[in-house]
Design a protein around this ligand. Sequence first.
Ligand SMILES: *Cc1c(COP(=O)(O)O)cnc(C)c1O
Length: 367
Amino acid sequence: MAKLLMIPGPIEVAPEVTAAFCVPPPGHLSPPVIAAHSRALKNMRAVWRAGADSQPFVVPGSGTLAMEMAAVNLCQPGDRALVVNTGYFSDRAANMLRRRGAEVVEVKAPIGEAPGPAAITTALDHGKFKALFATHVDTSTGVRVDAESIARAAGARGVLSVFDGVCATAGERFEMADWGADVYLTASQKAIGLAPGLALLVASPRALAAREALTVAPPMVTDWLEWRPIMAAYEAGEKSYFATPATNHILALDVSLASLVKEGMDAVFARHEACAQRFRALWSELGLSMVPKSEALTANTLSAVRFPKGASGPQVLAAVSEAGVIIAGGLHPKIKAEYFRVGHMGYSSSQEEHITKTLSALRGALS
Ligand SMILES: *Cc1c(COP(=O)(O)O)cnc(C)c1O
């Protein structure tokens, strides 16, 4: 039997999602694919809690491509961007923005913490920024930022806000329209619940207007102005082509998003929280400390946990694997060998057998 994949992406996928994917590749203009595309784009707004005037994009690629699309469509050389840095993927966002020629300022915090509201508003008040970039859940530390307060602080100052939700979207509460966030982005292989292969993002009207106002166009394949009419056509059930959509993925995305919408996003967020609590109960039972410094900063989609004193990290991971479960090692370069990560998002958070098997593999390996 295949081992259970409990890492922070890729994750286990629901059998009905795999079944939708596993068909001979259909054409991108075939009526079932266009219908699935149309439903998926509409359902993205529901899952993102985005306004009717927002634009969802489904593009073949990874989460990193979704990040790049946000960076290059909002910023051009000389623009100023603020990065709320909580770890590995915030570093990546800052590097991307610098490559685009933006002037980047970072607000940082010690590992396991997030910059506080005062540091963020002070930076916003003094920096003349065009855009703010934050990682909703940083996969390297398991730290979740207070996306609502950051989005509201940026919006109140006329600064565009972008949230990397690759390890959060459809696992952690996010209210794009209500909080006034401008871009929320993710990838198919995390809590959305598909195989790797799609970059998924939704842009607000303000974000779309910012792209239109650029004088230095982004590279063609990342350009929202190329993709937008295509997405609008697919949503309207019409044939269109710019770059070939990942057709099997579109069929799977339709199934996965429909099931999230059917369950209801409040229930989806509550399910992730309840599942995360069971993992936290194990860490406290075993006397282990998590990388995030407080409960308020601790993500529900994954656990980042320090190894017990004197334990060999590779041996713990091997013992868990021996029990049939794959977990991940550390990712943050400064503490890489000191901790491990367990993904508990998406399909597995709804499967009692997955949860109990993982908890017992971890208990066996760590006690
Ligand atoms: C996984 C992840 C990414 C990168 O996604 P890829 O699909 O590997 O490119 C970016 N940001 C966060 C927060 C992630 O967890």
